[in-house]
Ligand binder design. Structure first.
Ligand code: P6P
Length: 336
């Protein structure tokens, strides 16, 4: 059990040796992500002042061009990771193709690739609802020192070495795993330091919250419709509570603390759902499993899906293990 209130920096140093491949590089990578999310946090919190500072696309009072926050978050994460010369490649929801970071300098034999959703739920910014950043880290599979290829990014989620998210909410939290459990750190904005506030986070085995956009109900497969009706029936601990923020990171974070399930299923409008496998579902699935939860596409384990495209979408059922298993039962029973 990790003691509360140590800083993220202390935590990284203390746990570096427990990491199988610890060469300090992964610690440097987590530190780079820590810096980038502080920068993005500052911009996200300032976003409410956009009307004073100028809307996206305009120039602000300093004459700087105001950027869309998701574009800005993307640039900040890429810039920080490049400057620290830690990774050999980056993929992002905001970039059509992956970015190869070649260093001709022999000593930089970087072995990690990072995949990011720099600002998930960014449409919520204008209405002051929480948003998040999601990241996923793999060891490259092609030879160190050569340019990365698509194969380095199209790895199944079970190969991740680390994954995490930042939720820019009523407080800013960084939650991540390196395969040894899930720990949550809260930013003290006064001094810019993250403190371990939620050690050893775990999904309750079951819960009473379900998170889905019920506006799409008529478009859902029969199995999802049946599961939603199951959640609403008067029996035992049901009806459950419906909570859907429209921000994956926030719904996931609440459900991990209180117990619950998040669903973004396929539908007649979106045959594979909306969420992206590589930089949304895989990292959240890795965190969920490390927190004794479960993540499925309705039929099988998210982390076992063999990716075929950088931006491919998959249906996503994630949260308390027994709730995801019940949803899978309905999906299999209706074979939908
Ligand atoms: P809808 C945000 O755009 C996002 O990717 C997730 O964070 C969120 O849960 C979902 O999409 C919301 O999508 O179609 O319900 O508005």
């Amino acid at each position: 059990m990790h003691k509360k209130n140590k800083t993220l920096g202390e935590f990284i140093i203390e746990n570096q040796d427990s990491f199988q491949y610890s060469s300090g590089e992964l610690s440097k990578l987590i530190n780079a992500i820590r810096l980038a999310c502080k920068v993005v946090n500052h911009e996200v919190n300032k976003a409410g002042l956009v009307d004073i500072l100028g809307a996206a696309g305009d120039t602000n009072i300093q004459g700087e061009s105001q950027q869309k926050l998701d574009v800005l978050a993307n640039e900040k994460f890429i810039q920080t990771l490049k400057n620290r010369e830690i990774v050999c490649g980056i993929a992002s929801e905001e970039e059509d193709d992956f970015i190869s970071i070649n260093s001709n300098d022999e000593k930089h034999q970087n072995k990690y690739v990072v995949l990011i959703d720099p600002l998930d739920g960014s449409s919520n910014i204008d209405v002051n609802v929480s948003v998040g950043t999601i990241f996923s880290i793999y060891r490259r599979v092609t030879p160190v020192g050569t340019p990365v290829t698509l194969d380095d990014f199209l790895q199944p989620g079970r190969e991740q070495v680390a994954a995490g998210y930042i939720v820019y909410g009523t407080s800013t939290m960084l939650v991540y795993t390196t395969g040894y459990g899930v720990n949550g750190f809260t930013l003290n904005p006064a001094i810019g330091t993250f403190y371990l506030s939620h050690p050893d986070m775990e999904f309750p085995e079951s819960g009473t919250i379900y998170s889905v956009n019920e506006g799409n109900y008529i478009h859902f497969p029969q199995g999802v419709k049946d599961y939603i009706k199951y959640c609403q029936q008067e029996e035992g601990d049901r009806p459950y509570t419906s909570r859907y923020i429209g921000s994956l990171v926030s719904d996931f974070h609440r459900n991990m603390i209180k117990g619950g399930i998040y669903l973004y299923p396929k539908s007649s409008m979106a045959s594979n759902g909306k969420l992206r496998l590589l930089y949304e579902c895989n990292p959240m699935a890795f965190i969920a499993e490390q927190a004794n939860g479960k993540a499925s596409n309705g039929y099988g384990r998210i982390l076992d899906i063999e990716p075929t495209q950088l931006h491919q979408r998959v249906p996503f059922f994630c949260g308390s293990k027994k709730m995801v298993e019940k949803a899978e039962e309905f999906m299999k029973a209706s074979n939908s």
